[in-house]
Design a protein around this ligand. Structure first.
Ligand code: BTN
Length: 335
C-alpha cells in the first residue's frame, strides 16, 4: 500500500495530491494514508504535507527498495515480483524457501547484506552491507536438468553486458561464469536446481557483484584474487569516469537478465554463446585443471551450449569439462 501511495505521489510530483483523494483511489481512510506517509518519510522520502492541499513528493535522493527497483523496469520474466530485503542469510536460500511455497516464475530477491552468502563449490561469498550487490531469481523452465547450464552462461553474459553498459568497464568471463577484471574476480554466479530425473521443478540463479569495496575490505586471502567495480573505476583516467548508483546497476542487470532468459526460453542458445564468447577470457588460452586426481594442461578451444568447456590437452586428447574449475593463465595468480 505505501508504495501505491508513493507511485501516485511520483506521478503527480511536483503537484500536491489530496489525502482524501489518495484514500479514495486506494480504498483506505485518510488516517491510513497519513500512517503510510509517515513510514515513507522514515524511509527517507521527503514528503511535504499541507492541511489544505494534501501531500507532495520533493526531490529526495535515490532510495534502494523494491518499489524503486521495479518502477518502470520494463522486464517481462525477471522481476515478476521483486523483494528487497536489508539483510538475509542468503538470497538463494530465501528464493528456495519461497519456491517451496509456490512463488511465481521470475521472482527476484535483492539483499543489502547476506550473513551466509554462498559461493560455488561449497565456498562462502563475502557479502558485506552496502558494498556488494546480491541478487537471486527463480525460474521454472520447461526443460530437462541437463540443459539448464545455459542459464549460468546466460547470467554471466548478462552481468558482463550490464556492467559494461553502466561503467564502460569490460569484464572478462572465466569459464564457466566468473567475471574478472585484470585477472581478479568481480562477480560470481551460483545456480541451484530442484529437479526430478527428467524435469526441472525450479532453478535459483544467484549473482554477487563486488560493487564498491575498497582493497582493504577484502580478507587477506582474497586480496590478490578479488576486485570491486569501484576499485577498477578508480584506477581509470579521470575523464572516463562513469559510475552508476547501486540502484541503477541493479536495474540494468535485471533488464539484461530478462533479455538473455527470454533467449534461453525460446531456444536461441547460439546468441547467448556468442555474447559469452565475446567476453570470454578462457577460450584460446592456456588452462590447467584436475580431473580424477590427474592434472592436465591444454588450450581451451570451445564452449558447448550445455556449458561444456572443450580443452585440447598437451597429450593430444580433447577433453570436455562439465563442472568444476579451470585455472586460466594470467588469472588468479596462475602464471
Ligand atoms: C561464486 O562462487 O562465484 C558464486 C557466488 C554467488 C554469490 C551470489 S550473491 C547472491 C546469491 N546468494 C548467495 O548466497 N550466493 C549468490
Amino acid at each position: 500500500m505505501k508504495y501505491s501511495i508513493l507511485k501516485r505521489l511520483k506521478e503527480a510530483a511536483p503537484r500536491f495530491v489530496s489525502g482524501g483523494g489518495l484514500g479514495l483511489r486506494l480504498g483506505v481512510s485518510r488516517t491510513a494514508v497519513w500512517k503510510h506517509i509517515k513510514v515513507l518519510r522514515q524511509e527517507g522520502y521527503l514528503i511535504e504535507g499541507s492541511p489544505r492541499k494534501g501531500y507532495r513528493l520533493l526531490p529526495s535522493g535515490e532510495r534502494l527498495n523494491s518499489f524503486e527497483i521495479a518502477d518502470q523496469l520494463g522486464t517481462s520474466v525477471i522481476g515478476s515480483e521483486i523483494r528487497y530485503v536489508e539483510r538475509i542469510d542468503s538470497t538463494n536460500e530465501y528464493a528456495k524457501k519461497l519456491a517451496a511455497k509456490g512463488c511465481q516464475d521470475g521472482l527476484t530477491i535483492i539483499a543489502g547484506q547476506q550473513t551466509e552468502g554462498k559461493g560455488r563449490l561449497g565456498r562462502k561469498w563475502m557479502s558485506p552491507a552496502d558494498s556488494g550487490i546480491y541478487i537471486s531469481f527463480l525460474l521454472r523452465p520447461p526443460m530437462a536438468p541437463a540443459e539448464t547450464q545455459i542459464f549460468t552462461l546466460a547470467a554471466a553474459a548478462a552481468a558482463a553486458g550490464a556492467i559494461y553498459q553502466s561503467t564502460d568497464i569490460r569484464t572478462g568471463i572465466k569459464w564457466p561464469n566468473d567475471l574478472v577484471i585484470n585477472g581478479k574476480k568481480v562477480c560470481g554466479i551460483l545456480m541451484e536446481m530442484n529437479c526430478e530425473s527428467d524435469r526441472v521443478n525450479h532453478i535459483v540463479l544467484g549473482i554477487g557483484i563486488n560493487y564498491s569495496q575498497d582493497a582493504g575490505e577484502f580478507p587477506e586471502e582474497l586480496m590478490d584474487k578479488a576486485i570491486s567495480l569501484k576499485m577498477a573505476a578508480d584506477g581509470r583516467e579521470k575523464d572516463s569516469i562513469k559510475f552508476p548508483s547501486k540502484l541503477s546497476l541493479i536495474r540494468t542487470v535485471l533488464r539484461e537478465l530478462d533479455n538473455v532468459v527470454k533467449l534461453v526460453l525460446c531456444g536461441r542458445y547460439e546468441e547467448i554463446l556468442d555474447i559469452w564468447r565475446e567476453y570470454s577470457v578462457t577460450l584460446g588460452r592456456e588452462v590447467r585443471f584436475v580431473a580424477r586426481g590427474v592434472e592436465y594442461t591444454g588450450r581451451a578451444s570451445g564452449i558447448a551450449a550445455d556449458g561444456r568447456l572443450l580443452v585440447d590437452c598437451e597429450d593430444g586428447v580433447r577433453r570436455e569439462l562439465f563442472t568444476g574449475e579451470v585455472s586460466v593463465r594470467g588469472i588468479y595468480g596462475y602464471t
